[in-house]
Design a protein around this ligand. Structure first.
Ligand code: PAN
Ligand code: ZN
Length: 189
């Protein structure tokens, strides 16, 4: 029997994690989509709110919500700050609370914040090659603390879903700010 070797359906660019192939979704969050997320409202008010804070590419090979599949995603957070607070993702818990996720750093530098259900936080440094396991029941937000785009990859179960409400309402109890030229994690509640 002659078995044909086919090309993979998708191709990853290792320099930034972006993928090319069918059914790749893209989305972007602009500053205007993040009203109330950053603390310094005065600085926010004088910024171009059309600017992109982060963008996501996702490959969903099965229907969202279906059990047993996996999704691949690539996020790029632009370098930037609102006042002294670095650009970051909205952050979320998985709707199906116990679903875990892997992140890995590809290019740039940043911080991954983890928050448990009691709002206790911890942080890991993201850099090229860093691998991060996000257990179930853990809220997660990523921050670009560098001066270049932060690119990272992600893989999560197809039935994880996303719950943004909790973090939109209550935020994280810490913020990541530039103080004396260095990123620092500051408690805010
Ligand atoms: C990631 C995130 C992505 C954008 O793919 O969805 O980094 O962050 P927000 O979803 O918080 O806007 C992931 O964690 N998926 O589960
Ligand atoms: Zn997630």
């Amino acid at each position: 029997m002659n078995t044909l070797i086919q090309q993979a359906h998708h191709q990853i660019d290792f320099s930034n994690g972006s993928i090319a192939g069918k059914k790749v979704l893209t989305s972007a969050k602009r500053l205007k989509d993040m009203v109330g997320i950053f603390e310094d409202k005065g600085s926010f008010a004088i910024m171009d709110t059309n600017q992109i804070v982060y963008s996501v590419q996702a490959y969903l090979p099965v229907e969202e919500g279906k059990e047993g599949g996996l999704f691949y995603g690539k996020t790029t957070i632009e370098p930037g700050k609102v006042g002294d607070e670095y650009f970051m993702t909205l952050g979320h818990f998985h709707r199906n609370m116990d679903r875990a996720e892997f992140y890995w750093g590809i290019q740039g530098k940043g911080i991954l914040l983890f928050m448990d259900e009691d709002r206790k936080c911890r942080a890991e440094e993201m850099k090229p090659g860093s691998l991060h396991y996000i257990p179930g029941k853990i809220g997660h937000r990523t921050i670009n603390t560098g001066s270049t785009p932060l690119h990272f990859g992600a893989c999560w179960p197809s039935d994880a879903g996303h719950n943004y409400e909790e973090i939109l309402q209550n935020g994280f109890p810490v913020r990541v700010r530039e103080i004396d030229g260095q990123p620092q994690i500051i408690s805010v509640s």
